[in-house]
Design a protein around this ligand. Structure first.
Ligand code: ATP
Length: 332
């Protein structure tokens, strides 16, 4: 039984320059206790996809009518796209689904202590009384490795170091025991040692609470350490998805190969880094066919990828790539 099913998600934004397609026909499911990595360069639609799961996109967002997001809660299924009233949205935001961001300052109000914010959130989303909410908040701060949690509880976000703020944000996000945690580049702003600690901590907590996580990053090596499955996005479309090791060991799409070639190799520090050629096109000039075709160094001129959109083809069990069936690696 899945926790959330995203089906045919397409999101456009109305802007002064015209309609921008941010996400196009994206589908995926997530099971409880599973970590899905959403990876791709800037502008690939990762954040818009994540925000759609909580209907958090700004009012200029237009969702395609065929798109469905079904969240399966103990109390029954919730059709996120159909939620309209703020009260109904509250079930989803900060309750069943929590989101953590790259910049933790954005999650904390500057003039309210961390503890007060944690308690308020618990009072809204749980049946705990004030004393119980305070005790749980301090316990969660302790659980994420914050020393002297009772002191930190009474401090403001600006009094904490960057790493500590990140941990406090994770403590707050997890205290309501959400079914789904959406983590948008949660470790990008941290230095590498703290990044590793935060990733380990998230993995422990997922195992303990059995929640599902959607982990957003532009860094495939972070996904390799964190996720069970990965979906690689480019210009709003899924280019490849599947079990993380399988996708990294046997990438079937040229875009995934490009991302992997651009990573530094620790076992061969002299190897040149090979960036993906060309620039990400403006969202107003969306390429025809496969959206990656203008930057794909593996294609010959006149290739059908220039005009035809390839389907998501299963290249091995549970591993899909946006390529035509005849291009599945290993085909005669
Ligand atoms: N409110 C908005 N109005 C107009 N366009 C938007 C809006 N929000 C996002 N977009 C556009 O949608 C596209 C996808 O953006 P999104 O933030 O999801 O990318 P991303 O993959 O998360 O990138 P990054 O790694 O930089 O956060 C981009 O072209 C972006 O400019």
């Amino acid at each position: 039984m899945s926790l959330i099913d995203v089906k045919n998600l397409s999101v456009q934004f109305k802007t002064d320059e015209g309609l921008i397609t941010a996400v196009e026909d994206v589908s995926f499911s997530l099971a409880p206790g599973e970590v899905l990595g959403l990876v791709g360069e800037s502008g690939s639609g990762k954040s818009v996809t994540a925000k759609s799961m909580m209907k958090l996109n700004p009012p200029n967002a237009i969702y395609a009518p065929e798109c469905r997001i079904d969240l399966h809660l103990d109390s029954g299924p919730v059709d996120v796209m159909a939620l309209k009233r703020p009260r109904d949205m509250e079930i989803v935001r900060g309750g069943a689904i929590s989101m953590i961001f790259q910049e933790p300052m954005a999650s904390f109000a500057p003039a309210i202590t961390i503890g007060k914010q944690m308690v308020e959130q618990l009072l809204i989303h749980t049946d705990l009384n004030k004393k119980q909410a305070k005790d749980l908040s301090i316990e969660m701060l302790d659980r994420v490795g914050i020393l002297e949690p009772a002191t930190r509880f009474n401090q403001y976000a600006f009094e904490l170091s960057g790493g500590m703020r990140q941990r406090a944000m994770i403590a707050m996000a997890l205290s309501t025991k959400p079914k789904l945690l959406i983590a948008d580049e949660p470790t990008t702003a941290l230095d590498v040692t703290i990044q590793a600690q935060v990733l380990d901590l998230m993995k422990d907590l997922v195992a303990e609470f059995g929640m599902g996580i959607v982990f957003i990053t532009h860094d495939l090596s972070v996904v390799a350490q964190t996720a069970d499955r990965v979906a690689v996005m480019y210009l709003g479309r899924i280019m490849e998805s599947g079990p993380v090791r399988e996708v990294i060991r046997h990438p079937a799409h040229a875009y995934t190969r490009g991302l992997l070639n651009a990573l530094p190799k620790l076992d061969d520090l002299d190897a040149p880094l090979t960036p993906i050629p060309g620039d990400i096109p403006s969202p107003l000039e969306r390429p025809s066919g496969c959206v990656f075709h203008p930057r794909n160094p593996e294609l010959k001129p006149g290739s059908r990828y220039e005009t035809e959109r390839p389907p998501l083809t299963e290249v091995s069990p549970g591993h899909f790539a946006a390529i035509f069936p005849e291009d599945v690696p290993g085909q005669p």
